[in-house]
Ligand binder design. Sequence first.
Ligand code: 2AL
Length: 247
Amino acid sequence: MQIHVINPNTTASMTAAIGRAADACAAPGTVIRVVQPSFGAPSIEGHHDDVWAAAGVTEQVQAGVVAGADAFVIACFGDPGLAAARELSPGPVIGIAEAAFHCASLLATGFSVVTTLSRTCVIAEHLVVQYGFERRCRGIHGTDIAVLELDDPASDAYARILASARTALAHDRSGAIVLGCAGMADLCRRLQAELGVPVIDGVAAAVKLAESLVSLGLRTSKHGDYAAPLPKAYAGLAAPFSPRTSP
Ligand code: 2AL
């Protein structure tokens, strides 16, 4: 099976790190193809970045469908473009935030999210409500670590994330930690060992859920709003993204 893992930002080193995290958890027989959009922001840290990331995701899903992807993972914690990607793809599309919320809820009655800049907390908060996890998510903690700091081995990001997770566990009545950025994937095991509670990296969670759904023969429902977008000619900058024929 072929899973396309989309890093919605344009930082190649982060795309490579996400690819390593996906490869590390993929089952034998799963081929991971890690891709990034041809345009957009170097990191997704706000609503404006998010809009361009969503468009970039649709670019990569359109290309991936043609290339024969069985499933897609959107490897950014805002799950940019998730619903649009599900319209475009016959196979499952899994966002790392939604995947992590589901996995955390199977392991603890409540979870806390530890994320990057405080300004991104509201994006996670909106997703919690949209996905119906209000009763499970007990707190969302910004660390004020910029996404690309996570890419820098010399930064003190690990220590700050660990401290924030300890605060969350002490005050939120939560039993698990969800990591709120794809760039935190390689910190997951070490954090879990030190914290002694389940720590969920959405990239691994999404890859394993995508594999499971494909193995079960399950695909995105095309009955209703995830039906293929109606064919029409988009104008200007959006013209190359015009939906043509149903997949
Ligand atoms: C992210 C993420 O996962 N990738 C990115 O560029 N921004 N999330 C976040 N909360 O900052």
